[in-house]
Design a protein around this ligand. Structure first.
Ligand code: ADP
Ligand code: MG
Length: 341
């Protein structure tokens, strides 16, 4: 039976000790982990390390009114794993900086830690260190470490005019899930897959690793801020215009119907919504068809557009172009999307 994670009863060092006992770090990969001044990783020969950090702050990125603590623990790590996936990296471990209110509920902390460590186990990415501080609100920052064969990391830059644009899975479900949570409609059976998509995103770790090994992608990014925004980064690096056809955008089953019940425009939500954590990548004009990608990457892949001369991102619906500018989420900008993203 694990120690009850009560911050007030355990204190900082008691909490660290409880985390250490539950973290299960393989000694083959980490010669030191929780308990010393810093963790020591043994990289494999001819590899490079890939590092990423993501912070989530209570009432900015999540609210306990719309998420359970276990999902939060999962998501805190999943968003970092998605960044590693976009680099084609194999996860190796992560550090957790945890800021807690002194009166943090033990059930909440327990839920958070069990969700976090279950995801860590699933992706073989152990907790190897971190920090704990007190704070007026919950805040956590995860720094994840991955590994790629030397010189092979998948990058946002590298696409060229004429390259085709591919997307894993489907988009819009997470943004719709958030809308449903906000509208207190999350318990409806039809809402469940979308809410789950928002609270428990699946990072495309294996697809990213396979994409790296295959070596066919010219540029890769994960969709965290919305297709338009994230595709914009690839287009910008390529000095080109990303043109996508809205009809080719893969939407989850039941998505259109659910959007229309809420009075939302399905394609707008799918293009600008964000937190899909899919892989968006480009391939050369002679690369195989999307169905070949689906088979080799082990997940659905759709071809959604092409890079042309020009700038920015253009979406077409049946030939009609519509320019999209302020799609997606960007901190510190005024925007019309929900304020708690
Ligand atoms: P220092 O003051 O030297 O930074 P700490 O007391 O903060 O040391 O941390 C002691 C050990 O506990 C370190 O190995 C650190 O990585 C680990 N640790 C602290 N907080 C966490 C946490 N939230 N998750 C995992 N390990 C942690
Ligand atoms: Mg410290």
């Amino acid at each position: 039976m694990a120690t009850k994670l009560d911050p007030r009863a355990l204190g900082e060092f008691g909490l660290i000790d409880a985390l250490r006992r539950r973290a299960r770090v393989a000694r083959s990969a980490w010669s030191e982990s929780i308990g010393d001044d810093a963790a020591v990783l043994r990289p494999r020969p001819n590899t490079e390390l890939v590092l990423t950090a993501d912070a989530l702050v209570e009432d900015i990125h999540f609210r306990f009114a719309t998420t359970d603590a276990r999902s939060l623990g999962h998501k805190a790590l999943a968003v970092n794993l998605s960044d590693l996936a976009a680099m084609g990296a194999t996860p190796r471990g992560f550090l957790l900086s945890l800021a807690l209110p002194p009166i943090a509920l033990p059930e909440r902390l327990e839920g958070f830690v069990s969700g976090l460590l279950a995801t860590a186990k699933k992706y073989r990415c152990p907790l190897v260190g971190g920090d704990i501080v007190s704070s007026p609100v919950w805040m956590f920052s995860i720094t994840a470490v991955g590994e790629v064969p030397r010189g092979k990391a998948l990058l946002r830059r590298g696409a060229r005019i004429g390259d085709r644009i591919m997307l894993s899975g489907d988009v819009g479900g997470s943004a719709l899930g958030l809308q449903l949570l906000e509208a207190s409609a999350a318990r409806e059976p039809r809402a469940r897959p979308f809410v789950r998509r928002h609270l428990r995103p699946t990072p495309r770790v294996e697809a990213g690793e396979r994409l790296l090994r295959w070596g066919v992608a010219t540029a890769v990014i994960d969709v965290s801020d919305g297709v338009v925004q994230d595709l914009g980064h690839i287009a910008q690096f390529a000095g080109s215009c990303a043109e996508i056809d809205i009809e080719d955008l893969p939407l989850p089953r039941g998505f259109r119907a659910a959007c229309s019940r809420l009075g939302l425009e399905a394609h707008e939500l799918a293009l600008a919504g964000g937190e899909d954590f899919e892989l968006l990548f480009t391939v050369g004009p002679n690369a195989p068809a999307a169905r070949v990608f689906s088979k080799r990457l082990g997940c659905p892949i759709s071809e959604i557009g092409v890079l042309r001369r020009g700038r920015g991102v253009v979406a077409r619906r049946g030939g009609e172009p519509l320019r999209l500018s302020a799609g997606g989420f960007e901190h510190f900008k005024t925007l019309s999307l929900p304020s708690d993203k």
